[in-house]
Design a protein around this ligand. Structure first.
Ligand SMILES: Nc1ncnc2c1ncn2[C@@H]1O[C@H](COP(=O)(O)OP(=O)(O)OP(=O)(O)O)[C@@H](O)[C@H]1O
Ligand code: SF4
Length: 302
């Protein structure tokens, strides 16, 4: 069975599309591997698998071994740097045309999710993060059922729930929390993404949307609040194009100087190389926030 060498499985859920669930999955995976935990990402978001693009491995071709489909390596472990390996498997790799899965009907989606969980060969992993489709759809129910059947007792560590601060998003996420309660999936915590905008010029944080909705919801459901992640336009550039985040001289966030080093590669000199992603990620303003959130999740799982 493909999950037998995986220590902990963590689902990343959101009740609503576009709240940053895949971005959060990507950043949690990078933070975990930088903290020395080997990590795999399984992208079962059939509504539009975006994980390969975010890791810069869109054109990768998966191969089949006797044990199953082999995930794509984003980076190998570097013990001297305290970095563990990061591998990714996405439905996107298996689709002949992008967008194919979006038009599939329930039973076909369900069958695909089941096959996906059984047929990918994961080697030793500390964490497997599962990026799920938004909502409480057929895929969710199938995923929850399959995982609960296939996982060893305690292997499914729980779910990280992503929301944005606005009331509408949190109302959808409430459904997701109810879904976890019904299916017996433990909630590891709630992340409020896009919580304010940190201006790169003066580092002021402006709450464009309402702030604090995620924290209120976490309290209501008596689950952990893992923290707020602000909007950083440079993060969007990193995640969508693979380009290094650039901050003007003197930029600081939470009192920390994050201005880009003067020897950063010139614009246009950058390749979309997944092996470089980890270095680029380290220079993003959101990296320290995700590393705190990751440490909290790890402590909660252990
Ligand atoms: N904190 C942030 N700062 C800046 N941009 C962000 C942030 N979080 C997410 N984004 C951007 O918002 C867009 C939507 O994010 P993402 O694709 O992760 O959402 P999602 O919830 O996974 O969406 P889907 O429902 O399509 O799966 C992406 O372009 C992403 O780069
Ligand atoms: S947050 Fe500060 S630098 Fe940014 S636009 Fe407003 S006043 Fe100007």
């Amino acid at each position: 069975m493909s999950l037998s060498k995986v220590k902990h499985i963590v689902l990343v859920l959101s009740g609503k599309g576009g709240v940053g669930k895949s971005s959060v999955t990507t950043q949690l995976a990078l933070s975990l591997s930088l903290a020395g935990h080997s990590v795999g990402v399984l992208d079962v978001d059939l509504t539009g698998p975006s994980i390969p693009r975010m890791f810069g491995i869109e054109d990768a071709k998966v191969t089949q071994a006797p044990g199953g489909w082999l995930p794509i390596t984003v980076h190998e472990a570097d013990r001297s740097a305290g970095v563990a390996s990061l591998r990714v498997m996405s439905l996107g790799f298996l689709l002949p045309r992008r967008g194919d899965a979006v038009v599939w009907r329930g039973p076909k989606k369900t069958a695909m999710v089941r096959q996906f969980l059984s047929d990918v060969f994961w080697d030793e992993l500390d964490y497997l993060l599962v990026d799920t489709p938004p909502g409480t759809s057929d895929e969710h129910i199938s995923l929850a059922e399959t995982l609960l059947q296939k996982a060893r007792p305690g292997q499914l560590a729980g779910a990280v729930v992503v929301t944005t601060p606005q009331a509408v998003a949190t109302a959808d996420v409430r459904k997701e929390l109810n879904f976890c309660a019904k299916t017996g999936i433990r909630v590891l915590g709630v992340i409020e993404n896009m919580s304010g905008f940190v201006c790169p010029n003066c580092s002021q944080c402006t709450n464009i949307f309402m702030s604090g909705g995620g924290e209120v919801m976490a309290k209501d459901f008596n689950v952990r609040f893992l923290g707020r992640v602000p909007i950083d336009p440079q993060f969007l550039v990193l995640i969508e194009t693979g380009k290094s985040p650039r901050y003007p001289a003197g930029t600081s966030i939470n009192g920390q100087d994050i201005s880009s080093p003067t020897d950063a590669p010139a614009e246009g000199d950058e390749t979309r190389d997944s092996a470089l992603l980890v270095h680029k990620y380290r220079s993003c303003s959101l990296a320290p926030i995700f590393s705190t959130i990751t440490a909290d999740v790890v402590a909660n799982v252990a």
